[in-house]
Design a protein around this ligand. Structure first.
Ligand code: FEO
Ligand code: CA
Ligand code: CA
Ligand code: CA
Length: 661
């Protein structure tokens, strides 16, 4: 084994076996520690997590939130600035996607009832969002830990004031009682995957924001036909009650604002438009702890999984890739109008406004011959006009706010739930996970509702892979697509693509296990995805069709390039173009998580000696009375009865060396 920082790396660790243990399993010679878990204080004054849900709602403005997800490490200089080379001191930004079902947050779990308890809702609002913590390497060993009380430590929650940038800023679409001029809002929600910018800021991405907003029955009577089309396309049908029911906790504005219903005489008097204030890419400057996060509307509004930059090149646009994690939704990219200038590193939101408020949004079309097109979503082009029969696009604010409808109009390719993307630092090729899609149906079927037949980019359809469960239908194991932009220019409008890897169980038939996975690398439902600085690809999994056999996992891979493979045909599906088969040398399992978790979020220090991953929702199907996991306490005490909590894991090598080489 071994690697070269400037060449193609090689996998240098022993594969971890699939397992159902209640701990994080790593290869021999590696060590695991917990950086922070739900409820841990970031201040030096709040009490430690009590393991009984007794922490106050207010204290979550200074405690680690729930549902750890995407994250990024920023090196921190001694003068408090961004230092891309610094590995011993940094700021770790972590998404807190949602409040996990078993609800370790409250003393006895969530109190049942059609109206929520105000103090519980308040705590949930503050437990969502993002945490920023200063972390430092100790004087011995290589693991980093949180510097409690650091002035950089910060919580951003579902109540934090934020500002809009870009074409929808100030548009009537964003007007609310909180911001009658539509320029500001409060809170970020359901922050799933993430991104970062070349100038050193964090991007947090609003995914399942539909989950926190309700809409009154009969509200359609008070809406225009056009508004109803838009609300329905984003899943906000009238009479829909959010699973959280935050809007039921009382008459305080903190609660009322979660109902997207017409109650006042104008949009400036109620929260009919609150739904439009979520679903954006949000930029946070971790080096400016009092800065106001920016929602960049130019990058479109949908169930954002993440936002991944190309490698910035002087004098060229900055390009970000994005996926809409929804069955049959789209892959997008944003190309900045401003051209990259490395002097903007460290300029925070000033650079954010420069590169992310003006530019061109595109949506992807994958053609059957392995070519592809980026279709421009600009008002007045490609049918995106006020006269369009599907939806009357008034202006660019309307196009970006309703990017899904724009994608529908231009005939973008409907994908099997785009999750994370990653850009290969060696050759610029872009990878994206397509986690699964239960709505793919047989090519001989007559699709109903949102069902779709397989196509070459989403080629799989199975009646029931294991013959045991309806959850095994369609494309239950997912795949990873990749593309190379024409001329290797990230701003190009055409590309070539293939399918890098198909998820499957090792024992499945050859026309199911299309990538030839074996015991050392079989997986299902790829979700998190990240290239490290050496060009090693990290693949993480979320639930899916394999959790009867193994907990979710992370694999490391050496991926090759677009065009490595040849045509294959999935059982029941359609022919497609795929990369070379996986071997032990090219894809290998690095880690298996604790019970009923998802492995998501990955970052590394620049020296590649510290790896961070997040464990989300351990024991998610349990309850306070009947827990299904005791992780993270079970990591070191298998008999622990403590509450399961989402947490960030620090992985180092016992010999202090680089990870995975
Ligand atoms: Fe929050 Fe698409 O995963
Ligand atoms: Ca995800
Ligand atoms: Ca997922
Ligand atoms: Ca999950």
């Amino acid at each position: 084994s071994g690697s070269s920082r400037h060449g193609v790396p090689a996998l240098g660790f022993e594969a971890v076996a699939k397992n159902l243990n209640d701990k994080v399993t790593v290869p021999a010679g590696y060590e695991v520690s917990i950086l922070h878990a739900l409820g841990d204080p970031l201040s030096s004054t709040d009490a430690a997590w009590a393991d009984n849900g007794s922490e106050s709602a207010e204290s979550y403005n200074r405690r680690v939130g729930d549902g750890h997800d995407g994250m990024h490490y920023f090196g921190l200089s001694d003068s408090g600035a961004f230092d891309a080379k610094r590995s011993d001191k940094g700021l770790l930004c972590v998404n807190h996607e949602y409040v996990v079902g078993p609800n370790a947050l409250h003393p006895n779990g969530r109190t049942a009832g059609s109206a929520r308890v105000a103090s519980e809702v308040e705590k949930e609002i503050y437990a969502h969002g993002v945490s920023i913590s200063e972390i430092r390497r100790g004087s011995t060993g290589t693991a980093l830990s949180v510097t409690k009380g650091s002035s950089f430590n910060r919580r951003i929650t579902s109540a934090t004031p934020m500002a809009f940038s870009g074409p929808a800023k100030g548009n009537a679409i964003l007007r609310t009682k909180f911001s009658p001029d539509g320029t500001t809002t409060r809170g970020t929600n359901n922050n799933c995957g993430n991104g970062y910018t070349p100038w050193g800021t964090y991007l947090t991405c609003e995914e399942n924001f539909t989950n926190v907003i309700s809409r009154a029955a009969g509200d359609n009577d008070l809406r225009s036909a056009k508004e109803i089309v838009a609300l329905n396309r984003y899943g906000m049908t009238q009479g829909r009650k959010s699973p959280y029911l935050w809007d039921t906790a009382g008459s305080d504005d903190l609660f009322v604002r979660w109902s997207a219903s017409v109650t006042g005489a104008s949009a400036a008097e109620d929260y009919r438009n609150v739904f439009n204030t979520f679903g954006w890419i949000v930029e946070i400057d971790p080096f400016a702890p009092t800065s106001t996060p920016l929602k960049h509307t130019a990058l479109g509004r949908f169930a954002h999984e993440g936002c991944w930059p190309c490698t910035a090149v002087a004098g060229k646009p900055v390009v970000f890739y994005m996926g809409d994690d929804n069955r049959n939704d789209y892959i997008y990219k944003f190309v900045s109008k401003a051209l990259w200038d490395a002097a903007d590193v460290g300029k925070g939101h000033t650079a954010g406004i420069k590169y992310m408020s003006e530019g061109t949004l595109y949506v992807a079309k994958f053609n059957a011959d392995g070519s592809g097109t980026w279709v421009e979503l600009t008002h007045g082009k490609n049918g995106l006009t006020a006269g369009n029969a599907t939806y009357a696009f008034a202006d660019q604010a309307d196009v970006v706010t309703h990017a899904r409808l724009a994608g529908d109009v231009v005939g973008a390719t409907k994908m099997d739930r785009p999750e994370w993307g990653a850009v290969n630092p060696i050759n610029g090729e872009v990878y994206m996970t397509l986690t699964n899609n239960s709505n793919r149906v047989s090519p001989s079927a007559t699709p109903t509702g949102s069902q779709l037949k397989p196509d070459t980019a989403n080629p799989r359809y199975y009646e029931d892979i294991k013959g045991t469960s309806t959850s095994q239908k369609g494309n239950p194991n997912g795949h990873i697509i990749r593309w190379r932009e024409a001329g290797n220019e990230p701003a190009a409008t055409t590309f070539t693509w293939d399918i890098y890897l198909f998820g499957a169980e090792a024992g499945a038939a050859a026309n199911v296990n299309l990538s030839g996975l074996t015991a050392v690398n079989d997986f299902s439902s790829p979700d998190g995805l990240w290239f490290d600085q050496n060009g090693m690809l990290w693949i993480q999994t979320d639930d899916g069709a394999y959790t009867d056999v193994t907990n979710c996992m992370m694999l490391a891979a050496i991926p090759g390039k677009v065009g490595d493979g040849s045509a294959v045909t999935a059982a029941g599906g359609t022919p497609t173009i795929k990369g070379a088969n996986a071997t032990d040398a090219t894809v290998r399992r690095f880690l298996v998580g604790p019970k009923e978790c998802e492995i998501t979020g990955v970052a590394m220090t620049p020296d590649r000696k510290t790896l961070f991953i997040n464990v989300q929702h351990p024991g998610e199907d349990g309850s306070i009375a009947s827990p299904k996991s005791a992780w993270p306490a079970s990591q070191t005490d298998a008999s622990s009865t403590k509450r399961p909590r989402s947490a960030t894991v620090v992985i180092t090598r016992s010999n202090g060396g680089e990870i995975a080489v």
